[in-house]
Design a protein around this ligand. Structure first.
Ligand code: AVI
Length: 327
């Protein structure tokens, strides 16, 4: 039932805080220091990500918005919205501003579906739920806070409807190539024949356009990265001096990997709880990958993970693709 699904949120949000501590210490003690970008999204991180999405250099959100604003009918056709009752389950829904256009179209078409947005941020889900209630009062919504798979598995166990997953925003780009393949395999294993997924990929394009999106002139991406150090200070008794770190972004057009780092500007020691981490001048912390794809790489990923490609929807500039795959 929807009530049972809702309870998953409580389980997921009880994840022990020391998982964050363990991951941070492990990452900062590795030969190449690294932190996980999944920890970017505290309340301040959500605010900064909103600013990134609205800034002129970050084209991804506008490109995918273009697809949802102008091709919702095509997307609805691709997922066979009128064929049978289905659950539209969105992984990492955020504020669902793009999905809103599809939800509106489906509601107008009287499609028989429920919307189950999953997100790690309870704050964003609360905002989403009240916005949807105000704008689409007839839509059946059940928000689920938590980790993608925990929440998805439970949602799949508890519902016998056909499933359509949404995994938008190039969130898949924040995984390594191996992780993304494993992730898609796990998705297809949680689905059954006839279920579908709409998955958003940022496409390879002029390298300068990509680099600019992650080196925005307003400095939001830099703040977004540094915010994780501030979060460690606040939540894990850290003492990072953020003035001693600088954001550095790379893009490799051969591999499509766009990577962000924080570089230590001096030799320094940072304590986090009972641990001390030493940095040499110019040593980097790898923060995040935002992988860019070619269409043939996307198709290959579909087949290798147990899906068949159905349809590709593009924005006007062909910067971005929402691919529909079927199990
Ligand atoms: C959420 N994700 C798809 C964003 C991206 O483009 O990789 C996160 C982000 N990092 C820096 N800017 C935006």
């Amino acid at each position: 039932t929807l009530e049972e699904i809702k309870n998953i949120g409580f389980l997921a949000s009880d994840e022990p805080k020391n998982q964050f501590y363990t991951d941070v210490i492990k990452g900062l003690k590795a030969p190449q220091k690294h932190l996980s970008s999944k920890y970017f999204y505290n309340e301040q991180g959500d605010i900064l990500f909103q600013k990134i999405m609205n800034c002129k250099d970050y084209y991804l959100t506008r490109a995918e918005m273009d697809i949802f604003q102008n091709s919702s009918a095509q997307l609805a056709d691709g997922i066979c919205a009128n064929a049978s009752a289905f659950d539209l389950i969105e992984l990492g829904a955020g504020d669902a501003t793009k999905t809103f256009h599809l939800l509106k179209y489906l509601t107008e078409q009287k499609a028989n579906f429920r919307y189950l947005p999953i997100d790690i941020s309870g704050y964003i889900l609360d905002v989403l739920e009240s916005n949807l209630f105000a704008s689409l009062p007839n839509l059946s919504v059940c928000t689920i806070q938590g980790d993608y798979f925990e929440a998805l598995q439970k949602a799949c166990e508890l519902s016998s409807n056909r499933k359509v997953l949404l995994f938008l925003g190039s969130n898949i780009g924040n995984m390594s190539l191996k992780e993304s393949l494993d992730f898609c395999r796990k998705l297809s294993q949680n689905l059954i024949q006839g279920d579908k997924i709409i998955i958003g990929f940022d496409l390879k394009k002029n390298p300068a356009t990509i680099l600019k999106a992650y080196n925005d002139s307003e400095g939001f991406t830099s703040q977004f990265n540094v915010n994780l150090l501030i979060r460690i200070n606040q939540e894990l008794e850290g003492n990072f001096d953020i003035a001693n770190f600088e954001h550095y972004q790379t893009y490799d057009p051969e591999t499509g990997a766009c990577k962000s780092y924080l570089v230590s500007l001096c030799d320094q020691e940072v304590t986090i709880g009972s641990e001390t981490i030493s940095f040499t001048q110019n040593e980097s912390i790898f923060m995040e990958v935002s992988q860019k794809y070619a269409l043939d790489e996307i198709e290959k990923m579909a087949f290798e993970s147990g899906f068949k490609p159905v349809l590709n929807c593009f924005d006007t500039h062909h910067y971005f693709v929402d691919a529909i795959w079927e199990v």
